[in-house]
Design a protein around this ligand. Sequence first.
Ligand SMILES: *Cc1c(COP(=O)(O)O)cnc(C)c1O
Length: 357
Amino acid sequence: MLNFTVGPVMSSETVCSMGAEQVPYFRTPEFSEVMFENERLMKKFAKADENARVVFLTGSGTASMEASIINVYDETDKVLVVNGGSFGHRFVELCQIHNIPYTEITIEAGKTLRPEMLEKYENAGYTGFLVNVHETSTGVHYDIDMISAFCRRNNIFLVVDAISSFLADEFNMKELGVDIMLTGSQKALACPPGISVIVLSEKAVKRVNAHNCGCMYLDLKNALKNGERGQTPFTPAVGILRQINLRLKEIEEAGGVESEIKKISDIAKDFRSKIKDLPFELFSESMSNAVTAIHPLTASAYDIFTVLKDEYGIWICPNGGEMADKVFRVGHIGALTKENNTTLINAFKDLQKRRII
Ligand SMILES: *Cc1c(COP(=O)(O)O)cnc(C)c1O
C-alpha cells in the first residue's frame, strides 16, 4: 500500500511493529513516564511556553476541537470563526451546538484569508478566535502571523487547529501568542488515529481551570489534574500513546521539529516540481507543506482517485461534496519519500498514456 492521503497516513516500520505488541496496563509509574515525556516533547515541538500543559484526549481530532471550545468559551463570548472549508464549517457547527455567539468569516474554497477581511472586526468586542491554520479540505494554509497580530491587538483568546499542519509547517506557539493549539495522532505524527492533542498556554490553563465545561469526558480541568501525575482520568488509547512516544523520540533524535518540517517541505517541493507537465492546476492560493490540492483539467478528480486505488494500489485523497469531481489532494506527511513521489508520478503518466487523464 502506498498512502498519500491526509490521514491516517503511512507509519514508520518501528511504529507499525509497536502496534503488534500487547497493550500494557497503564496505572503505573512506567506509563506515567511515557506521558511526561510525550508532554515534554509536544511542548518543545510546538514551541510552547515553559508553563504550558498538554492534554492527550482519546478521540479523533474533532474531540479536541469540541473540548477546546467548551472549556474556554461560553455564551458570554463573541467568537470569530474562519470558515474556508469543511473543517472551518465544523467549528461553526460546534459554536451553534454549544450556544457560543459567533461571527463567521466565509472564504471561497481555495482562497486565503486576507487582511481586509479582518478589518471590520477590529475593536468590535470579540473575545475569541477559531481557525484551522491549514484548512485541510482545500489545502489552504492561512497567514498565522497576521491572525496572531490581529488577536494580540484586540486581546482575543486564540485557538488554532493545527491538526494537519503541526510538524509540517513552522509554528511557534509562544511567539505567536497562540493560547491553544490542537493536533491529532493520524496526521504528521504518523500514528494510528485515536488520540488528539491539546497544547495549552499558561493563560489557557488558567482559563480552563476557571471554567465550567458541563461535560465529563471532555473536561480539561480533570485531564490537566490527572496529567500532573502523568495519568488520564479514563482509560486512554494506551497503545497509540506508546507509539506517539516512539515517534516523538525518533523526531527528536533525527534533529527535532526543524528537521521534520524540512523533510516534509522537501517532499512537497519535489512533488510540486514533478507535476509541472501533467494536466493539473494547483487549487489553493497559499499552501501548507502537508498537502497539495490539485484540480485536474482533463478528468474527474474522483475517477482518478478510484483508478489509482483499484488498479495501482495508490491512495490519494478524494474530496467530498461539490468538490468531488473537481479536486483531489496529495499528502506529504507520514513515512513517505521522494521515491514514493516518483511512483505516483509514474502512475499519473501511465493514466495519461491510457488517455484516462
Ligand atoms: C484531520 C483534521 C481534523 C480532525 O478530524 P478527525 O476526523 O476528527 O480526526 C480537524 N481539523 C483539521 C484541519 C484536520 O485536518
